[in-house]
Write a protein that binds this ligand. Structure first.
Ligand SMILES: [Zn+2]
Length: 426
């Protein structure tokens, strides 16, 4: 199992998580969300406030509320500390040790052990077998978070029904874990619907309408980037056949072509999408990326700049605009743009790398090393991260805040290399 490498997808899911967490009074953990590139219908909470969502869940959702309902349920498990409660009750030694290993991997953030964390967390989840009471509690808590965050609460039972429908066609050995470890779907939709009625929760969106177009963009990206490319291509072509005005289908088809290296064909499809809606920032941004890949930097800059005007807070567009300026020979502008990217998204790893290169060319060795260290740190490469942090310390002299930050990072890395865990992180 691996995490999706599309930062826009990861950020989007994280944002939903943040909105839900924002409604919790005193969350016991700092909650972090990760998207795993797997077609199955699964989502689970792991020790320490980590929540994992399979891409299959995004593909099954048809709006943001449905996706949020799955995240909200997992957040319910986290907030109620169900994992710790299960361990206390469990007599199986292997569960505790599996969780111990998992917690050890998670101390440095899942990136450090990305490949293992997902499958181990899934395994732990299956072994834990939350009780029915735990599940009901997670459902009800989830509904409360959703409603407080302005989502349509009816999306939760609707999403359950969808999952149930999907599983009907699968053999029993193919039933997704998410459903195996959860109460019967029919019961669940009934008690959820009754609960929503009894609380008079709103059954429409209250404040999230603007997010729906982002949802469609993200889902299109997941379909074009993580489904089998031929299957994705067929799906988008069929959608275009059914509705030649479906701009997202052209975007998706274009992204499938870009993924398989057919940049010229990608360009054609994206141009069609722009013709259908010249003011869609998502389409303009993707077109800009394709132009960038084709080394057509002036056209890339035009599309990306237009997109940024309409959507100034989308890290990826700013990143590519920075890359364009870097290629066109405007290092100062590129540095400014990259710093804007990091202000929006400190996990946009490639930015650190490019900043490192740019500062290096300007002879600012301290800043170059600092950024390269951040890059390697995010990649889970402790050795190179330490080397560059220590080099940065040598060169950065008159910045006490940065020196302090670097010292802290060095201390943290050294501690993480030892990887210890105890019950407090679960
Ligand atoms: Zn659950």
């Amino acid at each position: 199992m691996k995490f999706v490498n599309d930062q826009a997808v990861a950020n989007y899911v994280e944002k939903i998580g943040k909105q839900l967490v924002g409604t919790v009074e005193n969350p016991p953990f700092e909650v972090q969300l990760f998207v795993i590139e797997e077609p199955g219908l699964n989502a689970f909470a792991a020790p320490g406030g980590y929540i994992f969502i399979f891409t299959g869940i995004i593909l099954l959702s048809d709006n943001e509320s449905k996706l949020a309902s799955v995240i909200a349920h997992e957040l319910g498990h986290v907030v109620e500390r169900h994992i710790a409660k299960r361990i206390e009750k469990s007599t199986k030694v292997n569960i505790a040790s599996a969780i111990g290993m998992l917690a050890g991997l998670l101390i440095g953030g899942p990136v450090a052990g990305a490949l293992m964390v997902g499958s181990m967390a899934a395994n732990v989840q299956t072994q834990l077998m939350f009780s029915r009471a735990d599940e009901e509690e997670a459902d009800f808590m989830g509904l409360t978070f959703m409603t407080a965050a302005g989502y349509n609460s009816a999306a939760m039972p609707e999403m359950m029904k969808r999952m149930g429908h999907e599983t009907k066609w699968l053999g029993s050995s193919n039933v997704p874990t998410y459903l195996l470890t959860h109460p019967d779907i029919q019961d669940r939709t009934i008690y959820l619907t009754n609960y929503i009625k009894s609380k008079s929760y709103p059954v429409q969106l209250t404040k999230q309408k603007a997010h729906e177009s982002t949802f469609q963009e993200i889902k299109t990206r997941v379909e074009s980037e993580y489904l089998d490319s031929q299957l994705a291509e067929r799906r988008f072509m069929n959608r275009i056949k059914d509705n030649p005005q479906d701009k997202m289908a052209y975007l998706g088809l274009g992204l499938v072509y870009a993924r398989t290296g057919k940049n010229e064909q990608a360009l054609e499809e994206l141009k069609k999408a722009v013709r259908l809606d010249p003011a869609d920032p998502a389409i303009l941004s993707s077109l800009g990326r394709i132009y960038f890949n084709l080394n057509q930097f002036d056209l890339a800059k035009e599309c990306l700049s237009q997109s940024v005007v309409m959507r100034p807070d989308f890290a990826e567009t700013l990143f590519y605009l920075g890359r364009v300026d870097q290629e066109l020979g405007y290092p100062a502008e590129a540095i400014k743009l990259f710093n804007r990217v990091l202000a929006l998204d400190k996990n946009y790893t490639e930015t650190f790398y490019n900043l490192g290169i740019l500062y290096g060319k300007e002879g600012k060795i301290g800043l170059a090393s600092y950024n390269l260290a951040k890059y390697y740190r995010a990649k889970g490469d402790h050795k190179n991260a330490l080397y560059h942090f220590e080099r940065a310390l040598e060169y950065i002299k008159n910045d006490p805040a940065k020196t302090e930050e670097i010292n802290q990072e060095i201390k943290k890395i050294k501690k993480e290399q030892k990887k210890k865990w105890d019950m407090s992180v679960i």
